[in-house]
Design a protein. Structure first.
Length: 117
């Protein structure tokens, strides 16, 4: 029997973060001739927890609010190395939550100006 949607490919991995479920699929790069996991692009399509904290990926480029993982260390290049990046399951989770208060304030400012439009 042919069930509709049965040809849909299986996710490479499923991550549970902040009460959300993220299905990650493998994509093929013809130039590199290899597959890679395609994580969400939260920079171009921001998503938030119900508490208004932004989701982030470990590989996401760090923002101006980034905080070194320890005093005296250089600022991180990506969210994965930032002290505001909270991983729920393991120290290697590729998807986490940015718990930086400054970024949450930015979001509420943004929402406010949107509702004023
Ligand atoms: S403050 Fe948040 S968005 Fe900025 S680098 Fe750190 S984890 Fe990423």
């Amino acid at each position: 029997m042919n069930i509709m949607g049965s040809e849909q490919k299986e996710p490479y991995k499923v991550f549970l973060v902040g009460g959300r479920r993220f299905l990650i699929y493998l994509e093929y790069d013809e130039q590199l001739n290899e597959s890679y996991p395609a994580y969400p692009d939260f920079e171009s399509s921001p998503e938030y927890t119900s508490e208004g904290q932004p989701f982030a990926t470990a590989e996401q480029e760090s923002c101006p609010h980034c905080k070194p993982s320890a005093p005296g260390k250089p600022p991180p290049d990506d969210c994965g190395g930032c002290n505001w990046f909270y991983r729920e399951q393991t120290p290697y989770d590729p998807i986490g939550i940015c718990v930086c208060e400054a970024r949450q304030k930015e979001k509420s400012k943004h929402n406010k100006s949107e509702s004023e439009e």
